[in-house]
Design a protein around this ligand. Structure first.
Ligand code: LLP
Length: 421
């Protein structure tokens, strides 16, 4: 459920009419709903209670500081994968003890930043990383709390580009080698082992792969404890999928996911951490665009928008589906037309949808991509020198621009001319 509904014939974000935002910021823009973000975050905390837990929002899915502050104020932790994301979490006022640092390629500089600024734990992904972190922590006179990310060799049954839990993927250490690697970690001076981390992929639409992975983590917890390690935290990653179409998809609910966690690892006395991104942010955002032209091609009609693949790359990158709706509510049983929905970028890959059935539209009409909150704005680029799309946050009857559209002056100023030119 989200808070983007038609009221009096016009699509609203909570209490705000989308055309009112368009009149202020121009199109295209992203708009996020505070009520939806809040509701989705609470679904997870409710599903995990009464287990001791921390829901760490995966910042990579939607990293605007105003969004992070919205969630941070509710008590959310943050899962960061770069120094930049760490600084965003801090800028949103989230204390270090609620920030976990994931990722296969943390640099020493990033380690230093997080260690000095405060960090709940590093989720370490390799032996060289263990050694580097121990060195950095020791040089600062600090101890780094760590989990080790294990790769459970489980098929997440999701898009190949976002599956991470198979042994051929670059993530984590093979679970079969965990004893050895934990022994090395325990012997390193700058580290304190606190738990185990696992993340098997994104947009999972079944619970079974989670179950397989979490049962392996439960076994490993017992084994590592018997080998003398103190395991007090389990970071179970993110990945729970969302419905991208309103008709035929019903991915598992956070309550079912919470029940699965309790059933598989709930008796171990560990604090549970999860790192959901998409389920919190995905359906909390729209990308709103205008129709520039309707072009009648040979055997197909093109709806040419002012948004493009650089603004929302998921369709061209993963073949992902996003529902597209008109901002003006179509009358019941209104006629429809099939369109290829495309952007202005100069490559055929700049296609959002082919043969999409849409209500009749005209040039200048507003349309909205649903489920665009996660991996939308954060994956945008300035390809074709198209300015990054502004972001707007709605809260009840109010809205605020939380990132402005850059001017061309600002964009051009970033390029510098060397002295010989
Ligand atoms: N934790 C770790 C270690 C991750 O790598 C990810 C996502 C998450 C948590 C959050 O997963 P979520 O709950 O959002 O599924 N750009 C792709 C998705 C990439 C996901 C990468 N890792 C897309 O647009 O579908």
């Amino acid at each position: 459920m989200d808070h983007f509904l038609y009221r009096n014939g016009t699509l609203h974000a909570e209490g705000v009419a989308i055309p009112d935002i368009a009149a202020t910021v121009g199109t295209p823009f992203y708009v996020y709903s505070t009520a939806t973000l809040t509701r989705h975050y609470r679904l997870f905390t409710d599903a995990l209670a009464p287990l001791p837990h921390l829901v760490c929002f995966a910042i990579k899915s939607l990293s605007n500081v105003a969004v992070l502050k919205t969630l941070g104020n509710l008590g959310a932790g943050m899962d960061v994968v770069s120094g930049g994301e760490y600084l965003r979490a801090k800028a949103a006022g989230v204390p270090g003890e609620r920030i976990v640092f994931s990722g296969v390629g943390k640099t020493r500089e990033e380690m230093r930043l997080a260690l000095t600024g405060g960090i709940r734990q590093f989720n370490v992904e390799s032996e060289p990383e263990l050694r580097a972190l121990s060195e950095v922590a020791t040089s600062l006179g600090l101890t780094a709390p760590i989990t080790i990310r294990v790769n459970p060799d489980v098929d997440a049954r999701t898009h190949e580009k976002i599956a991470t839990g198979k042994k051929e993927n670059k993530f984590g250490i093979p679970i079969a080698r965990a004893s050895e690697v934990y022994a090395e970690a325990a012997a390193l001076p700058g580290l304190q082992v606190v738990g185990i981390d696992v993340h098997i992929g994104s947009q999972l639409t079944e619970l079974e792969p989670f179950e397989q992975a979490y049962l392996k983590v439960a076994d490993l917890t017992r084994r590592l404890r018997s080998e003398g390690h103190t395991i007090t935290r389990l970071d179970l990653g993110g990945g729970l999928g969302i419905p991208y179409t309103r008709s035929n998809e019903a991915p598992p609910l956070p309550t079912d996911y919470g029940a699965l966690i309790k059933r598989t690892v709930g008796d171990l006395g560990c604090e549970i951490e999860i790192e959901p991104g998409r389920l919190i942010s995905g359906n909390a955002g729209l990308l709103v665009a205008s129709v520039i032209y309707i072009k009648n091609g040979e055997g197909r009609d093109f709806l040419i928008l002012d948004a493009a693949m650089n603004d929302l790359v998921r369709p061209s990158m993963y073949g992902a589906h996003h529902d597209i709706v008109t901002v003006a509510e179509p009358p019941v049983a209104a006629p429809t037309q099939e369109f290829d929905v495309v952007g202005p970028v100069c490559e055929t890959g700049d296609t959002f949808a082919r043969g999409r059935e849409l209500p009749l539209v005209a040039e200048g009409d507003l349309i909205a991509f649903r489920s665009a909150g996660a991996y939308g704005a954060v994956m945008a680029s300035e390809y074709n020198t198209r300015p990054l799309v502004p972001e707007v946050l709605v809260n009840g009857d109010h809205f605020a621009v939380i990132r402005e559209r850059p001017t061309f002056d600002e964009i051009l100023r970033r390029d510098t001319i060397p002295p010989w030119l």
